[in-house]
Ligand binder design. Structure first.
Ligand code: CMC
Length: 429
């Protein structure tokens, strides 16, 4: 980050103009550095929703919303999806570089040998209702890890941070798969360390003790790519939640649990589930115009789920990759005529020709096709956001660690614009 030779001059009625430095990033928008503003002027800035505010500096992920570009540590998402496995990407996000062959072997071995949960954690599942939403179970189970793994607790120590990262990345698939098995009343499947990260997850989700489960390699590859596409996404709501929680030096399991809670919302990671429900509700291409009309009606709360993005104002590169994965998976499963996929393509086509969506630069986002592909793979709707959370955990952990190591970081403490009742006295009794 460089300080520009340009300066922002702020003129406030009745006060001397003040100069504010401008910071220049490697890519993206210059930022006016307002850290000294309150001290110099007694004024705060107001930016509910962080529309114009950078909450931190970061070296991990970059999004160019106008060009539809997503980079992890400088590498375009398309190249990573084509050439790397998810665990390469996890290593990249954490360490800043892709692993060489030796580093990869060591990393994969470590992850594979930390996939089991403490047996007491496994018993915690019994405390949940069978019909609990698996995201609710995940919030609880991931938070509960902090009750079990607290011996490596000094986060100024790199070894302790690495242990936490490896543990949480290794155990998330087990936690998610067990939440699913619990919900359908099937026995938990313990991890198989001879399988890849994605294949082992499929084994734990779909295998039973009665017969050996052999994951389909096309589906394994698709799932691994889905993990890569969801691995990180800059300072979105859940990542900011993880950072804010971690800014108090809370332990990473608690922070990730907070991130999972935030991701669950339908405006964020819950959109894939909401999108599939929407497509099922629309049901037929003939009803698309009715739903497009509703999405445009300001008096109707309905929105086209899987459409629009705060940052992408051209297209979401993940959505393009996801559309291809979707086509590959449907072909493999001989579901090319899947009516929901056809409906989704048609809805996308009609929306993209509509002035309302064109003017507002609303395009399909990553969640638009991910529900269809996951459903085709046999993953139930309620598990979609869990899989998003599983993948995003590597990004959250990388962001958490970056914040811990940032010498400029302080506990997050936004200010507010108070608009409540002015000071008053309690009436005499
Ligand atoms: N359907 C209909 N209209 C929309 C939609 C939509 N999906 N998204 C935005 N708009 C309209 C909105 O009504 C507003 O119109 P106007 O200017 O006339 O008031 C305009 O577009 C701008 O919308 P906004 O709500 O100010 O934009 P935002 O940046 O605050 O919201 C969003 C971004 C993703 C929350 C929103 O587009 C949305 O709710 N989309 C549907 C949910 C969804 O798919 N979420 C997944 C996001 S991608 C996955 C992730 O990273 O979590």
């Amino acid at each position: 980050m460089m300080t520009s030779t340009r300066k922002a001059i702020l003129t406030i009625d009745g006060q001397e103009p003040i100069e504010l430095p401008i910071l220049e990033p490697v890519h993206g928008h210059d930022c006016i550095d307002i850290r000294a503003l309150a001290g110099k002027t007694g004024l705060f800035t107001y930016d509910s929703g962080f529309v114009s505010t950078a909450s931190c500096s970061s070296k991990i992920t970059y999004i160019d919303g106008e060009r539809g570009e997503l980079l992890y540590r400088g590498y375009p998402i398309e190249q990573l999806a084509a050439k790397c496995e998810f665990l390469d990407v996890a290593y990249l996000l954490k360490h800043g570089e892709l692993p060489d062959a030796g580093q990869k072997k060591t990393f994969v071995d470590i992850i594979k040998t930390h996939t089991m949960l403490h047996e007491q954690i496994v018993r915690l599942y019994q405390g949940f209702r069978r019909d609990s939403h698996p995201m609710a179970v995940m919030v609880g189970m991931v938070g509960a890890l902090s009750a079990f793994y607290h011996e490596a607790w000094d986060f100024s120590d790199e070894t302790h941070r690495n242990i936490s990262f490896n543990r949480i990345v290794a155990k998330l698939p087990t936690i998610v798969a067990m939440a699913y098995k619990y919900s359908i009343g099937e026995p938990f499947m313990y991890p198989r360390n001879d399988l890849s990260y994605a294949a082992n997850f499929m084994h734990m989700m779909f295998g039973t003790p009665c017969e050996r489960y052999e994951p389909n390699p096309v589906l394994v590859h698709a799932l691994d790519t889905i993990f890569t596409l969801h691995a990180d996404h800059e300072q979105n709501a859940s990542t900011s939640t993880v950072r804010l929680a971690g800014s108090s030096r809370a332990n990473p399991y608690a922070c990730i649990s907070a991130g999972i809670g935030c991701l669950w919302g339908p405006a964020h990671g819950g959109a894939n589930e909401a999108c599939l429900k929407m497509l099922e509700e629309i049901g037929d291409v003939s009803r698309v115009p009715e739903y497009i009309r509703r999405a445009k009606d300001k008096n109707d709360p309905f929105r086209l789920m899987g459409f629009g993005h705060r940052v992408y104002k051209n297209f979401d590169p993940r959505a393009r990759l996801m559309q291809k994965i979707c086509a590959d998976v449907l072909r493999e499963l001989e579901l090319e005529d899947d009516p929901l996929f056809k409906l989704a393509l048609e809805l996308e086509r009609i929306a993209l020709e509509d002035d309302y969506f064109v003017k507002r630069k609303l395009y399909p986002n990553v969640d638009y096709y991910s529900g269809i592909v996951q459903k085709a793979m046999g993953i139930p709707t309620s598990m979609f956001t869990c899989i998003f959370a599983l993948a995003r955990t590597v990004g959250w952990m990388a962001q958490w660690e970056e914040m811990i190591l940032d010498s400029e970081h302080k506990i997050g403490r936004p200010r507010q614009l108070y608009i409540g009742v002015p000071r008053r006295d309690v009436p005499p009794s």
